[in-house]
Design a protein around this ligand. Structure first.
Ligand code: ADP
Ligand code: MG
Length: 242
């Protein structure tokens, strides 16, 4: 796919001839410097925007708009402040049919999955950053998407909460068997979680390579294989053109 934007009368090549695939059940991360088109790519996969050339094919069908089968989680939790956590999650089920009682039950099940049982009636401002992000993940998962698209979901969290949430994401991925495609600029995070890592570069936004991570999960962050791969990838990104 390619995608350009016109900014101040000139073309910004956000994505240039980007092509890759994700298998069902895989955890794939996208890493790259800011401005290399990661968010644009995720928005195209979500169907929130369309490419100038090329296409997104999901389950053998061309994507031409958003769908509950492709959930998306952003860096900011985007919960409605005037609704309880449970009501926020139930809102993700608005278009799924079923009674209100069923939706509440589903909402509770996913809140429990992300470790938020007991907080159903809390309001977003009563939650920590990590908890609010868990709620937003629960909201996306509750519609039972086939793929979850995550755009720097842990980017706003402090480092301790962040590593706890990485372990949580891994647990959820293993439990739900949902395909995950996650943007991050934290290479260690990508190595900890992913089956494959797509490395991007900017000006124009493009793929430099796709790296396999054939290490068993759960991974130990201090494992020599994990550390070596992290270092290699950081080195690669540092040699990227400015
Ligand atoms: N809606 C938009 N209008 C104009 N330019 C955009 C828009 N979205 C993204 N861009 C530009 O496209 C490039 C890639 O942006 P983005 O996908 O947000 O990168 P990343 O998420 O990797 O930081 C940047 O130069 C950005 O300014
Ligand atoms: Mg981005």
């Amino acid at each position: 796919m390619s995608k350009s934007f016109v900014v101040d009368d000139s073309d910004v090549h956000a994505l240039s001839n980007v092509s890759f695939s994700v298998e069902p059940g895989e955890f794939v991360s996208i890493v790259g410097p800011s401005g290399c088109g990661k968010s644009t790519l995720l928005r195209l996969v979500a169907g929130l925007d369309s490419p100038d050339a090329g296409e997104v094919v999901f389950d053998r069908e061309r994507v031409d708009g958003p769908s509950l089968r492709r959930g998306i989680v952003f860096q900011d939790h985007r919960l409605f402040p005037w609704l309880t956590v449970e009501a926020n999650v139930a809102l993700g089920l608005l278009k799924t049919g079923g009674s209100d009682a069923q939706k509440r039950k589903t909402a509770r099940r996913f809140l429990a999955l992300v470790g938020l049982d007991g907080f159903e009636k809390a309001y977003p401002h009563q939650l920590s950053g990590g908890m609010a992000q868990r709620a937003s993940i629960a909201r996306s998962l509750s519609a039972q998407p086939q793929i979850l698209l995550l755009d720097e979901p842990l980017g706003a969290l402090d480092s301790l909460t962040r590593s706890q949430m990485q372990a949580e994401l891994l647990r959820i991925w293993q439990h739900e068997r949902v395909t995950m495609l996650m943007v991050t600029h934290d290479v260690a995070e990508a190595v900890f979680l992913s089956d494959r890592i797509v490395v991007m570069d900017r000006n124009p936004g493009r793929i430099r390579g796709v790296v396999d991570v054939p290490l068993p999960k759960p991974r130990n962050r201090h494992d020599p294989g994990v550390l070596a791969l992290t270092e290699t990838l950081v080195g690669r990104l540092e040699t990227a053109v400015p």
